[in-house]
Each structure stands twice: as C-alpha cells, then as structure tokens.
Design a protein around this ligand. Structure first.
Ligand code: ZN
Length: 258
C-alpha cells in the first residue's frame, strides 16, 4: 500500500495556521459560554492547543490533569479505546474537567497497514468505548503515528470525524529528560500551534509531566492562551504531522507498544 505522509511545504503550513486561527475565531462565536473559548476571543492570534496522546494512563494522566487544573488550562486528549475501556474513570475526569477527548484508535495500530473495513471497525470501537465511559462521542480522530493514506482518510471521514494532526512535535514519547521537550516548544510554537505530547507512555510520560509546568509558564509569559480544538470545525484536517513518511522500525516498535 502506498504511503501518504501528510506534510505541507513551509508557506502552506503558515497558511494552515492562519486558517486555524480563523476557524477558532468562528468557533468561539458559537460557544462563548466556554471560558477558554471566551478567552480565545480576546486574543485569537495567540491561541495554542495542547494535545496529549495514548492515554488514559493511571499513573501519568492524573498528574497531567492536576497541572492543567492548577494552571487553568484546557487541552485535548487523544485516548486509545482499549485504555478508555480499562480506565473509564480517567476518561470521565478528563471530560468533567472541561478537556476535549479525541479518538486515537482502539489499539495503537498504524492504520495505514489495514484495510478500510478494519479501520472503520476499530474507529467505531474506540468511539463506543469513549462514549460508554463519559457519555460523549469524540469528534476528532488522530491516527496512531500520524500516518494516513487516502483510503484511511475516506474511512475516517465517512464516520464523521475530522482528522486532527499537530504542528509542533515535542518528541516526548522518546524523552529521557524534560528539558528537550520544553526547548522544542520554545523553538517551534507559533500562534495556532497544535502541540503534540503524550500522557500514556510508561517510559517517558514522567518527563512530559516534569516539562508541562515549564511549557505552560513559557507560553503564558509569551502571551499565549490555551484552548481545546474548535468544536465547530467541519473541515477535513487540522494541523500537519512533523514526522516525514514511514516511521523507522525502531520507532514503530517503541511507539506501537503504547
Ligand atoms: Zn499515539
């Protein structure tokens, strides 16, 4: 099967970020009762979206949620269906505390290796697990590894899910300390950035937890506000993954374990 790494040349990335800001502005008009969206209305050019993948994880997700609550920051969690089924109380807490929950597949399987019927079935299964846990069907889908082919896009869209990628990859899934995670955010974040982090990786999410207060403080100091992904977005895709093409075997082995 042919690979379809979804990347855009640099100028189009900027265009994509600008479009995203417009989308957020439009979305906030329709949802001004939400405190974070109301905040975004006042400074739409400095919105940033924190996203956490591969959870919920009983050890690390509560730490992430504690930090977000303390800092009054809202984020989006792309949870795995089998973990939502195993830890439904964590899904409920994420939802109860005002964060967005997205579908990251039932297992962390690269869907580009699978046929359309399989992809639809596992996306549906993850939807059902999330809805059973917190009563809400997720809107966005983020493919494991951020890799899709055109058939995958059709399968996911058919189920009514816009696809949410990212624009800043902290590489925290393979971190061995916190500081590099912070440095990537400082270097790469722009207005409208979608920042990829992980709360569900046993070996490295401790460093995400360590880095997160510094990440938030840096962004606040530079005038950024935080929001969940726009509720009324009905396009095809948000963001672009930073990974170029097929992941290496080492990355597949390390990442697909989570
Ligand atoms: Zn993932």
């Amino acid at each position: 099967m042919r690979w379809f790494p979804i990347t855009l040349p640099a100028p189009r990335r900027w265009l994509s970020a600008l479009c995203l800001v417009c989308v957020v502005g439009a979305a906030s008009l329709g949802a001004s009762c939400h405190p974070m969206r109301a905040e975004a209305e006042t400074a739409p050019s400095k919105v940033v979206y924190l996203t956490f993948d591969d959870g919920p994880n009983p050890l690390w997700t509560p730490y992430v949620l504690d930090i977000l609550r303390r800092e009054h920051v809202q984020a989006t969690f792309f949870v795995l269906g089998f973990r939502a089924q195993k830890y439904p109380w964590l899904v409920r807490r994420i939802h109860r505390e005002g964060h967005e929950i997205g579908n990251h597949g039932y297992y962390h399987t690269y869907i580009v290796d699978q046929n359309q019927r399989w992809v639809e079935a596992q996306v549906r299964r993850a939807d059902a697990a999330i809805e059973a846990a917190c009563g809400v069907r997720p809107m966005y889908f983020r493919p494991p590894g951020g890799i899709l082919n055109p058939n995958n896009v059709r399968a996911v869209r058919k189920l009514g899910h816009p696809i949410a990628m990212w624009t800043v990859d902290t590489n925290d899934w393979r971190a061995t300390k916190a500081q590099p995670i912070v440095r990537v955010v400082e270097r790469d974040t722009r207005p409208g950035s979608i920042i990829l982090m992980h709360d569900g990786i046993d070996t490295s999410s401790r460093y995400t937890v360590q880095a997160l207060p510094q990440v938030i403080h840096y962004l606040k100091q530079h005038g950024y506000t935080f929001a969940i992904l726009p509720e009324h977005y009905r396009g095809t895709r948000l963001g672009v993954p930073t990974a170029q093409g097929r992941p290496t075997q080492a990355k597949r082995a390390a990442h697909s374990a989570h």
